[in-house]
Write a protein that binds this ligand. Structure first.
Ligand SMILES: Cc1cc2nc3c(=O)[nH]c(=O)nc-3n(C[C@H](O)[C@H](O)[C@H](O)COP(=O)(O)O)c2cc1C
Length: 282
């Protein structure tokens, strides 16, 4: 028998963490940003999903397996990137990577990891793992990050990196009616001219220091980091420009259809707010 504490659900883990952690560390892990609106929304989103009880149905063989970018996973669950895990435990991200591997779940390492990429790789050598890559405003740093990913990736495993489109602020500003606001236009002009996104205002919704890529640039950086590029994909396609589409189930399929139609067309990729480059080790 394991001597790990028993718990029924995530709510029962929180008091255990509260006992182990100092107050500021507990607050860091338990808290959300600002007014914690997203924390509440995320919980509500899960609560809105209802399981339909079925009786007298054969459930001896259940299958939650799926594949994501060619990786076989035991379920469609990903461990989201979470920073500074050694604040909670000396093993930090290594322990989380091992636990994710044991559960067959996909582990995403935060940019703000408190252990090195290599330590995570050796903690769970055969598991799929993703690394978060953004906010690196210097091209040389981004190339180094790709080189690091190449160094620690399993041979032939996909290396996936996310970027934000050069045109994201322009298009968002157009939809939200912000292109008449000189402070916003200044940010957009810098994005378009150099890709260097800065937000000197106190409006958190206008994002923070980051680099916004042209789609072909993201592929080029992956290549310069020594990877073989399979392709660049637009994540949302044009759907994100029409607010409320996702809340309208009747339109969801149409939105996906439009996204699929343009997700790999080089002339349309920058329309998506987020881009993914999918590459592998040579
Ligand atoms: C303690 C903590 C640290 C986080 N650190 C990061 C981070 O470094 N990078 C990031 O993109 N998201 C970070 N997040 C956001 C999570 O990846 C995730 O998007 C968020 O927690 C919402 O998912 P959830 O509802 O499953 O918690 C962090 C979240 C928490 C709670």
């Amino acid at each position: 028998m394991s001597d790990a504490p028993a718990f029924l659900n995530l709510d029962e883990i929180e008091p255990l963490a509260r006992e182990r952690l100092s107050r500021p560390v507990y607050d860091y892990f338990a808290g959300g940003s600002d007014d914690e609106v997203t924390v509440r929304e995320n919980r509500e989103a899960f609560r809105r999903i209802r399981l339909v009880p079925r009786v007298l149905v054969d459930v001896t063989s259940r299958d939650l397996t799926t594949t994501l970018l060619g990786e076989a996973l035991s379920s469609p669950l990903l461990v989201a990137p979470m920073a500074l895990q050694r604040m909670a435990d000396p093993e930090g991200e290594k322990a989380t990577a091992r636990a994710a591997a044991a559960a067959g779940a996909l582990f995403v390492l935060s940019t703000v990891s408190s252990v090195s990429l290599e330590e995570v790789a050796s903690a769970a050598p055969t598991a799929p793992r993703w690394f978060q890559l953004y906010h690196l405003t210097d091209r040389a740093d981004r190339i180094r990050a790709f080189e690091e990913a190449r160094r620690v990736a399993r041979p032939g495993a996909p290396v996936v990196a996310a970027g934000i489109s050069r045109f994201a602020s322009l298009l968002d500003g157009l939809v939200q009616g912000r292109l008449g606001d000189p402070a916003f236009v200044e940010i957009v002009e810098s994005d378009l001219a150099t890709g260097q996104h800065r937000n000197p205002t106190d409006r958190a919704g206008w994002f923070t220091t980051a680099y916004f890529h042209r789609p072909e640039e993201l592929a080029e950086e992956a290549r310069d980091g020594g990877l073989v590029v399979d392709g660049v994909f637009g994540v949302e396609g044009p759907g994100w420009l029409l607010p409320d589409l996702w809340d309208n189930p009747g339109r969801r399929e149409q939105t996906l259809r439009a996204a699929r139609a343009v997700e790999r067309d080089p002339s349309m990729l920058g329309l998506s707010a987020h881009l993914l480059v999918v590459a592998r080790t040579p």
